[in-house]
Ligand binder design. Structure first.
Ligand code: NAP
Length: 277
């Protein structure tokens, strides 16, 4: 598995997304993924599945220390006391005494970054958090977070797939040695039926989904965290490190727009950042 170096971390370039995978099925997915070779799992307080993610790791035959485990502070838990208390609950649910990466899930327009990052810095010093990160931050917000935090900010986890341009943020991340973690890398499923991706994939005997993931992990500093539930999907998504897209194919994929629905969805993070819910 390729890795991306950021902060003090080596982040496996492909991780398992777990949003909307809850209940016993989630523990099973995590256990299967680890058995197949995944070493990076992404969860969040908001996903209501930290206990099942912890259970999947515990049930697997992979050591906890060999898994890169991410969780995220919920937007309602960004005040200092809430951040610490909710993080302790996350550790309990995950059945571990540290996470590899702790993210601010969404910036809150009414909570100064200093307040949350101060607690995250303490958790980093105490050893319960190995890396700090943010999610859904603009390039300016990422720059500001990096100025405020004492510990390195290893990643900004953002919406990134062939239908979403992130070139400004990616340029910054590549210059500064920050990982860009791509969420919804398959466009929440849209990439799977994309004719252009399928056509490119035919050359390599790969599916459209695999081409979308390859396009991401082939870019410097990019990590992708596709969500998959079935063994077949889990296995397929890992098999993206044995072929290479040409420069022309990379550009063609970057030029894709996606459906109107996808383009509207792509505007959601911008709206969410402004709404103080
Ligand atoms: P996604 O990964 O783009 O797409 C997931 C969909 O693709 C699921 O329906 C999955 O089906 C399907 N799929 C996966 N692999 C496939 C394959 N090889 N062939 C065909 N279909 C396949 O969507 P996402 O869940 O929105 O994003 C991924 C992860 O990013 C999340 O789970 C979460 O961990 C993270 N995320 C973070 C944020 C944030 O604000 N930080 C926001 C959104 C997501 P099955 O489940 O049936 O396999």
């Amino acid at each position: 598995m390729d890795t991306v170096t950021a902060g003090d971390a080596e982040i496996p370039a492909l991780g398992l997304g777990t949003w909307q995978n809850t209940g016993p099925g989630c523990a099973e997915t995590v256990e299967t993924a680890l058995e197949l070779g995944y070493r990076h799992v992404d969860t969040a307080q908001m996903y209501d599945n930290e206990a099942q993610v912890g259970e999947g790791i515990a049930r697997s035959n992979v050591d906890r220390d060999d898994v890169f485990l991410t969780t995220k502070l919920d937007r309602g838990n960004l005040r200092a006391d809430d951040a610490r208390e909710s993080f302790e609950q996350s550790l309990e649910k995950l059945d571990t005494d540290y996470v590899d990466l702790l993210l601010i899930h969404w910036p809150h327009p009414r909570v100064p970054f200093e307040e949350t990052l101060g607690v995250m810095d303490d958790l980093y010093q105490e050893g319960n958090v190995r890396q700090l990160g943010v999610s859904n931050f603009t390039t300016d917000q990422l720059r500001e977070a990096r100025e405020i935090a004492d510990a390195p900010i290893a990643t900004d986890q953002v919406l990134y797939n062939p239908y979403k341009d992130q070139s400004n943020l990616l340029d910054y991340c590549q210059r500064e040695g920050v990982a860009l973690t791509a969420y919804s890398p398959l466009g929440r499923g849209e990439a799977i039926t994309d004719g252009t991706l399928a056509e490119i994939g035919d050359t390599y005997d790969k599916s459209a989904a695999q081409v979308a993931l390859r396009w991401l992990v082939q870019q410097e500093n990019v990590v992708a965290i596709p969500k998959a539930s079935s063994r077949d999907h889990l296995e397929a998504n890992l098999a993206v490190f044995d072929f290479e897209l040409t420069g022309a194919e990379m550009e063609r994929i970057a030029g894709l727009d996606g459906s109107i629905r996808r383009r509207l969805w792509n505007r959601l993070p911008g709206l969410m950042r402004k709404v103080p819910f």
